[in-house]
Design a protein around this ligand. Structure first.
Ligand SMILES: [Zn+2]
Length: 91
């Protein structure tokens, strides 16, 4: 266990503390988790993958089947990869 300084009040707190006991601000552990979640933004990637899949579905239904299949497959692969990234335990 190491001591770090609170980003809000400057008080020394344990880096394992979820919140600062002095002011209640999120501690070093919580801040680190937020930072790792922001990296890569899998939620946005999943949304884009869904959009790509829907564009592919529309293209497929409008008669352009090869291009529609390509978009749907791309959406599925990117979506699966993003969900894997989102659920992967951060170190
Ligand atoms: Zn504090």
């Amino acid at each position: 266990m190491a001591l770090v300084y609170c980003s809000q009040c400057g008080q020394q707190i344990a880096d394992t503390a979820p919140t600062c006991p002095q002011c209640g601000a999120p501690g070093a552990t919580a801040a680190r988790q937020v930072a790792s979640k922001k990296k890569g933004n899998p939620t946005l990637q999943i949304a884009l993958a869904c959009l790509t899949f829907l564009i592919g579905l529309g293209t497929y239904n409008s008669g352009n089947k090869p291009q529609g299949m390509f978009f749907m497959l791309t959406g599925l692969i990117v979506g699966a990869y993003s969900i894997y990234q989102k659920n992967k335990p951060s170190l």
